[in-house]
Design a protein around this ligand. Structure first.
Ligand code: CA
Length: 401
C-alpha cells in the first residue's frame, strides 16, 4: 500500500519544464508538430513570434525546422536583501546603523540631489516603467506621479479602449496574474517607485524626481517571475511609449529571448537600467543577467553604502558594472501609505533611473547611447570604487549640469 502511494505520487509529479520558443514565423504557431512536444500556449508579444511549450521531454537542445531557438522559461528574483539577511548585518558590522545614509554628520557621499533640483525636479513628459512586483498606485507619496492611461480610465469597462491589446490597463499591467491590476502585493516595486518619484511635499519622502510619470508593470510575485513575464513586461512598456525601464531583478542565466527584447527596447530609444545583483559576484567572470547583456542601452548598477564603499553584498565588475548608486539602508515607500528601509542593488537601480529621468527633463530626445555616455561622465571614481566598476558613483547634479 505504501509503495503504491509512493508510485502514484511519483507519476502525478512527472517532470515537466516550460520553454520559451522563438518561432521562425508566426504561421508556425498552429502547426500540430509543436503540440507533439507538449502543451503549447501563445506568448503574444509584438517583438517576435513566440510560444511557450510545457513539456515532459527535455527540449533545450531540440533541432526543429520551425524553431529559431528554444530556452527554459527561467525564473528571476528581486535584487533586495530579505529581512533576515539584513538583520544579520549587526553581527558582522556594529557601525552599520551609525550612518545608514540618514545621519548627515557621518555620511561621506550622496547623489547631490538637492543641487540637481536647483536646475530641474523632473518633467511629466518623462515616462519610467518600474518592471517589478507592481506599485501601490494609490500611495499618498506616489499617486501624483503614476502614469494613467486616460483612454482606459475614461473608456468602457471590459473594452480595450486604446487598442494596445490589453483591456482596462488604466495603471499598467500584471503579467504575474495576467490581469490589468498592477497593485503591489510585496512592497519591492513600490519601494523602487518611491526612490524615483515620491512627490516633494509635506508627506513622507522625496524621490529623485518630483515630476515624472511612473508606469507600474508587475511580473514578479513572492516566488519571483518567469522569462515569459519579463518578455511581456518589456514588450508592454515599449507599447506604452516609456523613455526608461527600471529593472531591479535578475538571475536565471543567459536568455537569447530576453536579450532580443532588450534590443527591441533599444531600437525604440529606451534606456534599460538594471541591478548588478547581490551575490558579491564579479560579473566580469560570472555574468548576472539582465545587467550583463552586451546591449548598448543597458546601464548596470552596483550598490554603494553611505561611506562611499561598495556595499559588501553588491556584485561588481570593472568591465560589466557601469556605475554605483546608494543601495544600503534606503528609506522609501511601501504599500499602504507606509515607508521602510531596504537594501540591495534593487534600491541603487531606481536612483539611476531617476537621475536619467532628470537628464531627459533637461534634454529630451537623448538616445540611449547619449544617456549612457552622460551617466558615465557624471560619476566620481575613488580608490575605494576603482576596482569595482567602469566609472565610480553617480551624481544627479553632474548629470543635469
Ligand atoms: Ca488597453
Amino acid at each position: 500500500m505504501k509503495l503504491l502511494v509512493a508510485m502514484m505520487a511519483l507519476s502525478a509529479c512527472a517532470f515537466s519544464t516550460e520553454y520559451v520558443v522563438k518561432l521562425k514565423n508566426k504561421h508556425i504557431k498552429s502547426f500540430s508538430s509543436l503540440r507533439a512536444l507538449g502543451e503549447v500556449r501563445e506568448l503574444d508579444v509584438s517583438v517576435g513570434d513566440f510560444v511557450v511549450i510545457k513539456s515532459e521531454q527535455k527540449l533545450d537542445l531540440l533541432d526543429h525546422p520551425a524553431i529559431e531557438y528554444i530556452e527554459e522559461n527561467i525564473r528571476y528574483n528581486i535584487s533586495t536583501h530579505d529581512e533576515l539577511f539584513k538583520k544579520q548585518w549587526a553581527l558582522s558590522n556594529n557601525g552599520w546603523n551609525s550612518w545608514g545614509g540618514l545621519l548627515p554628520g557621518k555620511k561621506e557621499i550622496d547623489i547631490e540631489a538637492e543641487e540637481a533640483w536647483t536646475i530641474t525636479k523632473g518633467d511629466r513628459n518623462v515616462k519610467i516603467a518600474v518592471i517589478d512586483t507592481g506599485v501601490d498606485y494609490n500611495h499618498k507619496d506616489l499617486v501624483k506621479n503614476i502614469m494613467v492611461n486616460e483612454a482606459e480610465k475614461n473608456g468602457v469597462e471590459g473594452v480595450d479602449d486604446d487598442g494596445n491589446g490589453y483591456i482596462d490597463d488604466i495603471y499598467g499591467y500584471d503579467f504575474a496574474n495576467d490581469d490589468a491590476d498592477p497593485m503591489d502585493d510585496h512592497g519591492h516595486g513600490t519601494h523602487c517607485a518611491g526612490v524615483i518619484g515620491a512627490s516633494h511635499d509635506t508627506f513622507g519622502i522625496a524621490g529623485v524626481m518630483n515630476n515624472v510619470q511612473i508606469l507600474p508593470i508587475k511580473f514578479l510575485g513572492p516566488q519571483g517571475g518567469t522569462l515569459e513575464g519579463a518578455i511581456k513586461s518589456i514588450d508592454y512598456a515599449i507599447k506604452r511609449g516609456v523613455n526608461v525601464m527600471s529593472n531591479s531583478w535578475g538571475g536565471g542565466g543567459f536568455s537569447q529571448a530576453l536579450k532580443d527584447v532588450i534590443i527591441e527596447a533599444n531600437k525604440a530609444g529606451i534606456i534599460f537600467i538594471a541591478a548588478a545583483g547581490n551575490e558579491r559576484n564579479n560579473n566580469d567572470e560570472r555574468a548576472s543577467y539582465p545587467a550583463t547583456y552586451d546591449v548598448e542601452n543597458i546601464i548596470s548598477v552596483g550598490a554603494l553604502d553611505g561611506r562611499g564603499k561598495k556595499a559588501s553584498f553588491s556584485n561588481y565588475g570593472k568591465e560589466t558594472v557601469h556605475l554605483f548608486a546608494p543601495g544600503v539602508n534606503i528609506l522609501s515607500t511601501v504599500p499602504g501609505d507606509k515607508h521602510k528601509k531596504m537594501s540591495g542593488t534593487s534600491m541603487a537601480t531606481p536612483y539611476v533611473s531617476g537621475i536619467v529621468g532628470l537628464m531627459l527633463s533637461v534634454e529630451p530626445g537623448m538616445t540611449p547611447v547619449e544617456i549612457k555616455r552622460r551617466a558615465l561622465d557624471s560619476t566620481t571614481n575613488t580608490d575605494k570604487l576603482e576596482p569595482y566598476s567602469q566609472a565610480g558613483y553617480i551624481s544627479a547634479h553632474k548629470a543635469v549640469r
